[in-house]
Design a protein around this ligand. Structure first.
Ligand code: NAD
Length: 252
């Protein structure tokens, strides 16, 4: 058959990223899993992916990750910008360094990685950029100024990439999930439970899923399956869009 496509996935050691890597590996992609957590090496290799350790808040590390994929596999066909963190504090008390850290990881790194993979995608006349945004790319929540701003910005980057890539075979789309069952959310559930004197089930039902029509957390593999669709040839006409997996949240 033809050469398998190459996917670079960031934030691949855990949660949604790990599910995306596993799903791509099953589909026969060549995958480079990128994360700053070295524990991801084992996770990646167990799934059949290669691993590159990088702190993506460092611009050089963004370039090094793409160089590594190109050295191993000859190019990058699919970029999944997924690495992300959360910090909750009011604007009045939000630490400037945390703000910069979140913007660097969740907005600047996707830009730098898009820039670095672009010539490889253009050469092949085919490429897919898939940005894992959030419901917080469309709505805000108090205490999440940096996260909400980075995710709203990521939609702008997605739309611009779509316009620039249109005549080069490169598509760009964002996925906007509500709460997905990952370590990032488990930590928030535990924090909210302490803060509100509730048990964890109460936090999920009364706080996290208050605005949801479907009252359950999303599974990481459900996001991975949408990534797989957007990466496929079938999705060639789909670009510049935001794809909600939000349990009906924004139907309100
Ligand atoms: P997670 O915490 O399980 O995984 C995030 C990964 O990013 C981790 O492996 C972590 O090591 C890595 N990472 C963190 N900082 C990094 C850095 N500086 N350099 C490289 N890697 C770094 O989180 P998740 O829930 O799977 O989230 C993945 C993405 O999905 C994030 O962008 C998040 O904003 C988004 N998202 C998550 C949810 C949710 O409910 N879990 C909802 C909407 C959007």
């Amino acid at each position: 058959g033809s050469t398998p496509r190459v996917a670079l996935v960031t934030g691949a050691s855990s949660g949604i990223g790990a599910a995306v890597v596993a799903h791509f590996c099953k589909q026969g992609y060549q995958v480079l899993a990128v994360d700053f957590n070295a524990a991801g090496k084992e996770v990646a290799e167990a799934a059949g992916a290669a691993f590159f350790q990088a702190d993506l808040t460092d611009p050089q590390a963004c370039h090094d990750a793409v160089d590594d994929a190109v050295a191993r596999f000859g190019g990058v066909d699919v970029l999944v910008n997924n690495a992300g963190i959360q910090h909750v504090a009011t604007i009045e008390t939000f630490p400037e360094q945390k703000w910069r850290n979140i913007i660097d990881l969740m907005l600047t790194a996707p830009f730098l990685l898009s820039q670095a993979v672009w010539p490889h995608m253009r050469k092949g006349g085919w490429g897919r950029i898939i940005n894992i945004a959030s419901i917080h790319a469309n709505v805000a929540s108090p205490g999440k100024a940096a996260y909400v701003s980075a995710k709203h910005g990521l939609i702008g980057l997605t739309k611009t990439a779509a316009l620039e890539g249109g005549d080069q075979g490169i598509t760009a789309n964002a996925i906007c999930p509500a709460y997905v069952k990952t370590p990032l959310v488990d930590n928030q559930i535990a924090d909210q439970a302490k803060l509100n004197g509730m048990d964890e089930q109460e936090v999920i039902e009364k706080i996290m899923l208050k605005n949801a029509a479907v009252k359950r957390l999303i599974e990481p593999v459900e996001v991975a399956q949408m990534v797989a669709y957007l990466a496929s040839d079938a999705a060639g006409a789909v670009t510049g869009a935001s794809w909600n997996i939000d349990l009906g949240w924004t139907a309100h």
